[in-house]
Design a protein around this ligand. Structure first.
Ligand SMILES: *Cc1c(COP(=O)(O)O)cnc(C)c1O
Length: 392
């Protein structure tokens, strides 16, 4: 069985966790600080703040940008539920707009058209690792004096071409970028997240809030040679990453170039093989983007039954997942205003499938995926069309 994803963890990560456990410091401490510094360096960000996961990162990003009750945040429906939940945890209202034609990222025209006097921010998603058109989004955001939050949960190692240079997602280009280290992402710490920003004041707020808004951190008190008492000037949260996780993350970060290189090879092999599979279109990587291929999503012809295709592939030992969810179709979000056309989002959910991509896949395994897809596509065409084809 070829799984949809598999974390790339080895002895070195196990040893790092082992050492952290025996170090005498297991909560947020020196390993977290080192992981933050190395992460910031990797993506070219002045500041990186580690947190418990990407959902808490998104929550702090929204809070930091002053998003509060009644405010509107423009975002995609076609994404993981955490985006809307983080906005709503601030009391704000997600305003869903559609994705672009031919891709899975936020549509620029729809974004511009959705801005109202209540709009307080734009939250874009580098969906499954594919960079959004950041210059285009920034032009819209700046024209309306709105901050741009990047949900980069899946996008560590992805790059965008700006001013003739390839730049890592997460510098960030917007005001804040939020990353995830869930095992389904490209590098993992079990659970974990990171906020990057160029704004020192914003970074300081994230650091305060993630540890109960405690004025003097436990690491600072531990190191102090004079007695200091902490206080709690504002409402806080416990969104800390542990040193055990950070120790694992530091090893994962070293492996990132190798992981992304292999993912890109696999994606290229898939795209090449898909050229002659009629009915399943490969994803499009714009010339100014380099995905980390967190996921590889093919779009199906309208007459192909998604579930039957997935079953036919599973029967051949290949796991798949349906296209990215649509938040606006979930009961938990049913009370939100639905002002905008979301047809491309719904189509993408119901007519696309994610194929397995992980760095431990061999070329032969990639070929197995391709063969399974090639056989499954005709089987999954709607019966009427299939019979018509048989008669012809
Ligand atoms: C995975 C994911 C999240 C949530 O990340 P966690 O670390 O699990 O909280 C948020 N947004 C997107 C787009 C994701 O893919």
């Amino acid at each position: 069985m070829i799984p949809i994803a598999k974390p790339f963890l080895g002895e070195e990560e196990a040893q790092a966790a082992h050492d952290a456990v025996l170090s005498g410091w297991v909560s947020q401490g020196p390993q977290v600080a080192a992981f933050e510094a190395e992460f910031a360096e990797d993506v070219g960000a002045p500041h990186a703040c580690a947190v418990s996961n990407c959902t808490t990162a998104l929550h702090l990003a929204c809070l930091g940008l002053g998003i509060g009750p009644g405010d509107e945040v423009i975002t995609v429906s076609h994404s993981f539920i955490a985006g809307a939940n983080a906005i709503r945890q601030c009391g704000a209202i997600p305003i869903f707009v559609d994705i672009e034609p031919g891709g899975f990222n936020i549509d620029l025209d729809a974004t511009a058209a959705a801005i109202t006097s209540k709009t307080r921010a734009i939250l874009c998603v580098h969906q499954i690792g594919m960079p959004c058109d950041l210059p285009g989004l920034l032009a819209i955001a700046q024209a309306h004096n709105l901050p741009l939050i990047e949900d980069a949960a899946c996008a560590i190692g992805s790059e965008i071409l700006i001013d003739d240079t390839w730049q890592a997602i997460g510098r960030p280009h917007g005001d804040v970028a939020c990353f995830s280290f869930h095992p389904r992402k490209v590098i993992t710490t079990g659970e974990g997240g990171m906020l990057t920003t160029r704004d020192a004041a914003l970074d300081a707020r994230f650091r305060l809030w993630r540890q109960h808004s405690m004025s003097v951190s436990d690491t600072a008190r531990h190191a102090a040679r004079e007695i200091v008492f902490e206080d709690y000037p504002e409402l806080g949260y416990n969104y800390r990453m542990t040193d055990i996780q950070a120790a694992v993350g530091r090893v994962q970060l070293k492996r990132l170039p190798e992981i992304v290189r292999r993912r890109r090879e696999i994606a290229a092999q898939l795209t090449e093989s898909l050229a002659d599979i009629h009915g399943a279109k490969p994803p499009v990587e714009p010339p100014w983007a380099r995905s980390n291929w967190q996921s590889y999503c093919v779009t199906l012809d309208p007459d192909i039954d998604q579930k039957r295709l997935m079953q036919a592939m599973l029967d051949r030992g290949v796991a798949t997942r349906r296209g990215i969810m649509c938040m606006h179709l979930e009961e938990s979000q049913a009370d939100l205003p639905m002002r905008h056309d979301l047809r491309r989002s719904t189509y993408a959910r119901d007519h696309s499938v994610l194929l397995p991509v992980h760095p431990l896949m061999t070329d032969a395994m990639v070929q197995t995926v391709v063969d399974a897809l090639r056989e499954a596509v005709p089987e999954a065409r709607s019966t009427v069309k299939f019979l018509q084809a048989m008669e012809a």
